[in-house]
Design a protein. Structure first.
Length: 547
């Protein structure tokens, strides 16, 4: 087996699309792959071109721009390991996108004839492509507003339709019962027919409403795989909403759990395990293929990190040998964190304040008002009841004293709880999360966690009040502990703020590690060259021995 074929075979083995094939089958496909080099800033094809080839990106980066009616409607970056160009071949249409090279890129491709052979010969590949393309088509119909600026969604899906059909069985049983009531109502006395008919109509209407309710509920649940994280979104209509996610770099394993009935219908539960927790995604269609996709993108994330370190070593060696000119250390800052200042310009119950790269959150105003409800009602009762008891205003000092005493106690409680609400803050900085609970005239508890130790993020809005007023809990898994931001307004925004800082910190740390490694390698090579100059005979002898 020549080196080129071995490299192609290794690439196919790592791709989710070909995970169900055996090595001999992969070798047959690899033998038909052809290589193509695309220089930087050159077009591979334009929208409207005839589809001729199926491509796999091996090295470099490409820009895919979706075109509709001559206008660009979206774009995303293709990275090594991405297959593309299959949709137009499958539909036998012209290209609907333009693809160009951001950097000099290497591609493998199958001609249209070889692509048709592959699909006819290996049904698993055809089904895998349809699975991937269906996920990409969904992205064109749904917008996700929590994504970072440089974040690309590679795959999205809802729960399998079978999970919706199973939920519709309750509505079906209700409809059957309604029809039975209507049937029985035909044989009862005239006095009961109206009552039975009304009951049947109510049951049938309730069944139809349940069908619509379950359909809307089902449409709001999503699995997302991006270039940064895997996300499970669940929205229970008028009951709760949550988003659970794990960065690709923290994923340890991906498992699938199914039972016989689920396997027959083609769905199952996916369990993504991080260092200390799990992300459970129930009822996902084609769970094995989705599992392969998650593993593929997690492996790619780790591979890109290794490649960056490898490139650093190569650059240091080339600079030490004088092959490449040394450049001054980069002084540009890491990508700025997107700080959307949604602080209220004037608000009695200010809940989010941006101060530089620090964001301070207070609990939602509803949690304050709910704690003030009883003492507030007591104040109102005193103000309303005092004129009734005293038949107007108090006429003596004792009456005024009793009234003021009755007012001061709840007012003191109101002041205490307001200060307690003000003093309970959650702070997100560029490197640390801080949870501070300070009781007026009492204890203070401060919890903190480094952002670099975050393993997963969740947000939950529970109950119709939480959904209507948009507040809930953000749960952060840090090491072997959990940090909760309770009753924060707009928990999705809080989660987005934290994730933005995670990515910004990771970028800064990676840049610093790269620079440190470059300096260390340069120092090693400098010492090597010095020793080589001092002892040329020793090094010449060693090199000859190696040869």
């Amino acid at each position: 087996m020549d080196t080129g074929l071995a490299e192609r075979l290794a690439l196919l083995k790592d791709m989710a699309l070909f995970q169900e094939l055996e090595e001999a089958q992969l070798a047959a496909i690899a033998a038909r792959l052809q290589e193509y080099a695309l220089p930087a800033n050159r077009l591979l094809y334009l929208a409207g071109d005839r589809a001729e080839n199926f491509y796999i990106l091996v090295g470099g980066r490409l820009l895919n721009q979706d075109i509709e009616d001559g206008q660009r409607v979206g774009e995303y970056v293709l990275e090594p390991g991405d297959p593309f160009g299959a949709e137009a071949l499958l539909d036998q249409e012209v290209r609907q996108a333009a693809v160009s090279a951001l950097h000099t890129s290497r591609l493998l491709y199958l001609t249209g004839e070889d692509f048709a052979w592959m699909l006819a010969e290996f049904r698993q590949v055809y089904e895998g492509l349809q699975h991937l393309l269906n996920g990409r088509k969904l992205l064109g119909r749904v917008h996700f507003d929590f994504l970072q600026e440089d974040e690309v969604v590679h795959y999205a899906t809802r729960k399998h339709p079978s999970t919706l059909w199973l939920r519709w069985t309750r509505a079906l049983l209700l409809a059957i019962f309604g029809l039975l009531v209507l049937y029985v109502g035909q044989s009862v006395s005239a006095g009961l027919q109206f009552t039975m008919g009304l009951a049947a109509a109510t049951l049938l209407f309730g069944s139809a409403a349940a069908v619509g309710w379950e359909a809307l509920d089902w449409r709001n649940d999503f699995v997302l795989i991006t270039n940064l994280r895997v996300v499970w979104m669940e929205h229970r209509l008028l009951r709760s909403a949550s988003r659970v996610e794990a960065p690709l770099s923290t994923i340890q394993s991906v498992d699938v759990h199914t039972h016989l009935f689920a396997r027959l219908l083609g769905f199952g539960d996916i369990i993504v395990r991080t260092y200390t927790g799990i992300v459970l995604m129930p009822g996902v269609g084609a769970p094995l293929r989705t599992k392969y996709l998650i593993r593929d993108f997690a492996a790619r994330s780790r591979k890109l990190s290794r490649q960056a370190r490898h490139d650093t070593i190569r650059l240091a060696v080339r600079q030490s040998l004088g092959i490449e000119k040394s450049l001054p250390a980069s002084t540009h800052a890491s990508p700025a964190m997107p700080l959307v200042d949604q602080s209220e310009r004037f608000s009695l119950f200010k809940s989010r304040t941006v101060d530089g790269d620090k964001i301070v959150y207070h609990k939602h105003w509803f949690s304050l008002l709910s704690s003030l409800a009883l003492p507030g009602l007591f104040v109102i009762a005193v103000l309303v009841g005092a004129p009734i008891v005293f038949d107007g205003l108090p006429r003596n000092a004792l009456g005024w004293l009793l009234t003021l005493a009755a007012l001061l106690a709840p007012l003191a409680i109101i002041a205490y709880r307001f200060l307690d609400w003000v003093n309970d803050v959650y702070v997100v900085t560029s490197e640390v999360l801080i949870d501070t609970e300070r009781k007026p005239l009492g204890s203070e508890i401060t919890k903190s966690a480094p952002i670099t130790n975050i393993l997963s993020l969740q947000n939950h809005k529970v109950g119709i009040i939480g959904l209507l007023l948009n507040f809930g809990v953000v749960r952060i898994s840090v090491g072997d502990s959990v940090l909760d931001f309770d009753n924060v307004p707009n928990p999705a925004q809080v989660q987005q703020d934290i994730f933005a800082r995670m990515e910004a910190l990771r970028a800064r740390q990676q840049t610093q590690q790269t620079e440190d490694e470059r300096r260390r390698m340069t120092e090693w090579l400098r010492v090597y060259e010095e020793e080589r100059g001092r002892n040329p005979q020793t090094f010449t002898g060693d090199e000859a021995a190696v040869e």
